[in-house]
Design a binder for this molecule. Structure first.
Ligand SMILES: [Zn+2]
Length: 336
């Protein structure tokens, strides 16, 4: 599929052509199901796929093959999330609450106001606890004729088997880096920026588009990697001071550790001469210099320590102590 394919065939998606094709065919043949589960990483394209599917089901274009047109009133309002027959769940805390699941479920049972269907899109359904998921079961077991449920989840593991067995599951895998790069270039981004963002995205087009729109994403990343490159040269005392500081904000720490993890992974690949493309391609000179000083075992130890620290963040253990232990496993170029 080329970049100039009509909106009705791409739904504005980057990658996942198979999923768009399968969903389009199911609508055209009148075999659309009543419950879907789109699974994949944050920013991989689940929500864009759900929105495209909802638009195709509701579009007012006379020719079904041209839906979604992207131009009619229904398409426009679904894009701006103001269409009365497409509802989104709202998550205000760490978990999707049972009351919210019930609120949307009761809405879906109603007749459509103006569309052909009542569609509910549950964002972050993997954050719903067991009781919250149970609240959806009745809707799944006795679906309203016009109701369509689309559940979005980062992973299948937290989803009850009773839910997955009643849903058509689409697993969205990371999109090819080259496909993301080409899509960014087609959106008038220069080639260098496109290549860097695509490599950093980890196959998640939404991440790349977000980083393109919000320059603070790349600035934060640069600061995080600068900090790591400096810490490797720093004394133990300075590292422990950094540990105290970093432990104060767990969310920011998680983002930072994920960036550091990608850096160590690159270093392992480089020191093993794996020939695998790097993630942090713009840091290749610094990585090369570091790889010349450290053994592959040292790089691997730092990678494992960072993975361990990320796991520790999910527990109640002290982040500060965890960071201190991690820093002891980090290689040092400093004598002290
Ligand atoms: Zn339309």
């Amino acid at each position: 599929m080329t970049n100039d394919a009509p909106f009705s065939q791409t739904w504005g998606m980057i990658g996942h052509e198979w999923a768009v094709d399968a969903l389009r065919r199911s609508i055209q043949s009148g075999r659309a199901r009543q419950a879907y589960l789109f699974v994949g990483a944050e920013g991989v394209g689940k929500e864009t796929l759900a929105r495209g599917f909802a638009m195709t089901l509701q579009c007012q274009h006379a020719d079904p093959a041209s839906r979604p047109c992207g131009e009619c009133s229904a398409c426009h309002r679904i894009l701006s999330e103001s269409y009365p027959d497409v509802m989104y769940s709202v998550r205000e805390t760490a978990t999707l609450k049972i009351d919210e699941v019930r609120r949307i479920s009761s809405q879906i049972a109603m007749k459509p106001y103006e569309g052909r269907h009542r569609i509910a899109i549950f964002r972050d359904f993997d954050t719903a606890m067991g009781v919250g998921q149970d609240a959806l079961l009745k809707t799944l077991e006795e679906p309203a004729e016009t109701g369509v449920l689309i559940l979005l989840a980062r992973s299948l593991a937290p989803i009850l088997a009773t839910i997955t067995s009643r849903s058509q599951v689409f697993r969205l895998r990371p999109v090819a880096i080259a496909a993301i790069r080409d899509a960014l270039i087609a959106r008038d981004t220069d080639e260098k920026t496109s290549a860097i963002l695509a490599a950093l995205s980890g196959g998640r087009p939404g991440w790349a588009l977000n980083a393109l729109a919000d320059s603070s994403v790349l600035e934060m990343r640069a600061a995080a990697l600068d900090m790591l490159e400096n810490l490797v040269k720093d004394t133990r005392a300075k590292r422990f001071a950094a540990a105290e500081d970093l432990a104060k904000d767990k969310d920011a720490l998680r983002t930072l550790l994920e960036l550091w993890l990608s850096y160590w992974r690159d270093l392992v690949l480089m020191s093993e001469n794996a020939g695998t493309p790097l993630t942090n391609i713009d840091r290749a000179p610094a990585l090369r210099a570091l790889a010349d000083h450290l053994s592959p075992e040292q790089a691997l130890a730092a990678l494992r320590a960072t993975t361990g620290m990320l796991k520790l963040l999910d527990t109640n253990a002290s982040a500060r102590l965890g960071l201190e232990v991690m820093f002891l496993d980090y290689p040092g170029l400093s004598a002290a």
